[in-house]
Design a protein around this ligand. Structure first.
Ligand SMILES: NC(=O)c1ccc[n+]([C@@H]2O[C@H](COP(=O)([O-])OP(=O)(O)OC[C@H]3O[C@@H](n4cnc5c(N)ncnc54)[C@H](O)[C@@H]3O)[C@@H](O)[C@H]2O)c1
Ligand SMILES: [Zn+2]
Length: 363
């Protein structure tokens, strides 16, 4: 088992990573000194697969499990869910000494985390991520949220978990499309911070797509280390945390322009990284070899690298809206070599448009 620490002073926490490490939950709960009831928040897909094992571990820790099942999928990420969960917590006997266990993908983690941040002004929570997205990205970093009708992740809080338990064996049941989309985020971590990670992903695609845990371990571990270090340096996204947004300014635009229905997040990010790579080339920061290497790696994971019908105007409009709401200027994360990115605020609309247009043709 690997133990990675996210260094946040008094709020530092461990990430336990390995095969069959779910039983660590018992020790984690005992170490947290929680009392009484523990809420296990999960969804309608993950609950039937893994809730029973998790409940047994809570009981072994001398605590009472209260399992709360949300509908699976992004639609469940709404404020009404927090109201529902808090009702379940109260009915199950949770109080200020209790804790929440998030058992599921990024949706469950974000919702359960926000419920834990809000219930009785905040109780601790533990993440047990069950998708690649959650294992390499969302379970680490303390961002919790639900969506609002006007946008994603509008209502939320920073609430760091007390521990993250990543049991890679839980991925056995993950659908292939979810696996591939999640790996886009691991590829992103390689591009922004670690050429070695990128090279591993580049040369082990068949094994990784086959869910060979020996090959998957490094991408998950390095992703947690990279994200953990970025979060430790910049918990609330004033500076370096924005590196994690490589491919996301374009990707979010594509998701919004397609009403979040055509692509999974990781698929939109794959396209977004191709656009960000083109922009990096256009700015003279990288050569064509960088762009081709990135494209080939994404393609090896069955991720989209071109989209002939991309609605460029709608995507640009969504990107501008996204940025207007948040920051005022369009800020782009671009690569200046494999394993390193920089921020640019001097990108013209014509350059952003050209980057999106580049997605019309493959390669
Ligand atoms: N907080 C953050 O920093 C952060 C970062 C990235 C993404 N996110 C959020 O994460 C969400 C996406 O997460 P996701 O991709 O994990 O989606 P998800 O939670 O919807 O999971 C994807 C699907 O896989 C199913 N599933 C999960 N684990 C499974 C397993 N082991 N076996 C079988 N089925 C399984 C789920 O029920 C769901 O249908 C988005 O809402 C996004 O905004 C948050
Ligand atoms: Zn992402």
């Amino acid at each position: 088992m690997n133990v990675i620490t996210v260094e946040l002073g008094a709020r530092s926490y461990p990430i336990y990573l390995g095969e069959g490490v779910l039983p660590e939950l018992k020790r984690v709960l005992q170490g947290m000194g929680v009392g009484g009831a523990v809420a296990i928040v999960t969804d309608t897909n993950v609950g039937p697969l893994y809730a029973e094992q998790t409940e047994a571990l809570v009981r072994e820790a001398g605590l009472k499990p209260v399992t709360c099942v949300m509908e699976a999928g992004e639609a469940g990420k709404r404020l009404a869910q927090i109201d529902f969960l808090c009702g379940e917590f109260l009915a199950g006997g949770l109080d200020r000494s209790s804790c929440v266990v998030a058992l599921g993908g990024g949706v469950v983690g974000d919702v359960a985390g926000f419920a834990a941040a809000s219930f009785m002004r905040g109780i601790p929570f533990v993440q047990i991520p069950t998708t690649i997205v959650a294992q390499v990205d969302s379970s680490v970093g303390g961002k919790t949220a639900v969506n609002h009708a006007s946008g994603k992740n509008i209502i939320g809080a920073f609430h760091q978990p007390s521990a993250v338990i990543i049991d890679m064996t839980l991925l056995a049941t993950l659908p292939d499309r979810e696996l591939k989309a999640g790996l886009a985020e691991a590829i992103k971590h390689g591009i922004i911070a670690d050429e070695g990670l990128f090279a591993h992903l580049e040369s082990n695609a068949p094994a990784i797509l086959n869910k060979d845990l020996a090959a998957l371990e490094l991408p998950i571990r390095r992703s947690c280390e990279i994200k953990g270090a970025v979060v430790a340096a910049d918990e609330r996204e004033g500076g370096v945390r924005a590196n994690l947004n490589y491919g996301h300014t374009f990707g979010h635009g594509i998701e919004a322009a397609t009403a979040y229905s055509r692509f999974l997040h990781g698929e939109a990010v794959a396209l977004g990284m191709c656009a960000a790579g083109f922009l990096s080339l256009d700015l003279g920061l990288v050569g064509i070899d960088f762009l081709e290497r990135q494209r080939a790696c994404l393609a090896a994971y069955g991720l989209p690298t071109a989209w002939s019908e991309i609605p460029v105007d709608a995507t640009l409009a969504a990107m501008k809206h996204d940025k207007k709401v948040r920051a005022g200027t369009m800020k782009f994360v671009v690569a200046d070599r494999m394993g390193h990115v920089v921020h640019r605020t001097d990108v013209t609309e014509a350059q952003a448009r050209a980057a999106l247009e580049s997605l019309r043709t493959e390669g």
